[in-house]
Design a protein around this ligand. Structure first.
Ligand code: HEC
Length: 222
């Protein structure tokens, strides 16, 4: 048998021990041992550490203990400001009701349509006794009336039917109408409206113009 010539990696003259020796020498040449240690990486670690620390404090501070939705600054309103805000909301919601339930006849500008739908801007039916306007909305109105010197409701075609809405909506819409377009009358509350509703329980038909003029003498005395 001839000797295996394919295995030519290992010269047979070298022992395992020699091999290890030679490799460790080569290794030392490639990677000379560090003398002392490098300061730069430590400085970087320190600087980045400080940076992360400072940033986290800043973040914790600005998000109020890492809350996902930190509260915005609490605004303290005075009683007066709260009251104005409440009234603004009420008037805004009354304006919506007006757009849906009244504007088709009385028009968005409150001027009505001459000869057909009486104006609400500058009308004492609107700005006088809170009960008057509320009761008109609750039960409707028919027959002749005089608004700002003009006659309306002379024919049955221009009656006002009862508007089916809640006490709250009536409070909102009347408050809007009484303060819009230069009108400057008082607010009407939901409680007042429920009282007016109870008072007009017996009224089955629409009110007539003359009936209301008799019911509110102080409004129509002059
Ligand atoms: C379908 C049309 C129509 C709608 C809708 C309507 N009105 Fe009228 N309104 C009239 C007519 C017509 C008269 C006059 C009736 C009469 O002369 O007998 C009138 C009269 C009035 C009056 C008394 C007269 C005046 O101009 O001051 C007030 C107040 C009033 N309406 C408020 C309202 C309010 C508020 C709403 C909505 C909640 C409303 N109306 C919805 C047709 C309407």
């Amino acid at each position: 048998m001839t000797k295996d010539t394919t295995n030519n990696h290992q010269p047979s003259s070298m022992s395992d021990h020699d091999m290890v020796e030679i490799h460790s020498k080569l290794n030392i040449e490639k990677h000379p041992p560090t003398k002392g240690f490098l300061v730069a990486p430590l400085v970087f670690v320190f600087v980045f550490g400080c940076l992360i620390f400072v940033c986290s404090i800043q973040l914790a501070h600005s998000t109020n203990q890492f809350q996902l939705h930190p509260p915005t600054d609490i605004v303290v309103l005075t009683e007066e400001e709260k009251e104005t805000a409440r009234l603004d909301r009420k008037v805004a919601s009354g304006k919506k009701v007006f757009g849906l339930r009244c504007a088709s006849c009385h028009q968005a500008n409150g001027l009505g349509i001459q000869g057909q739908y009486p104006p609400l801007a500058g009308s004492k039916w609107v700005t006088s006794d809170p009960a008057l306007i509320s009761k008109i909305i609750l039960k409707g109105l028919k027959g002749e009336i005089i608004v700002k010197g003009e006659v309306y409701g002379a024919s049955a075609a221009v009656n006002m039917a009862a508007v089916p809405i809640t006490d709250r909506e009536i409070a909102n819409v009347t408050t809007y109408v009484r303060t819009a377009w230069g009108n400057a009358a008082s607010e009407i509350t939901e409680n007042e409206v429920s009282l007016f509703r109870a008072e007009s329980e017996d009224q089955v038909e629409q009110w007539t113009g003359t009936q209301l003029v008799d019911m509110f003498p102080s409004v129509f005395s002059n």
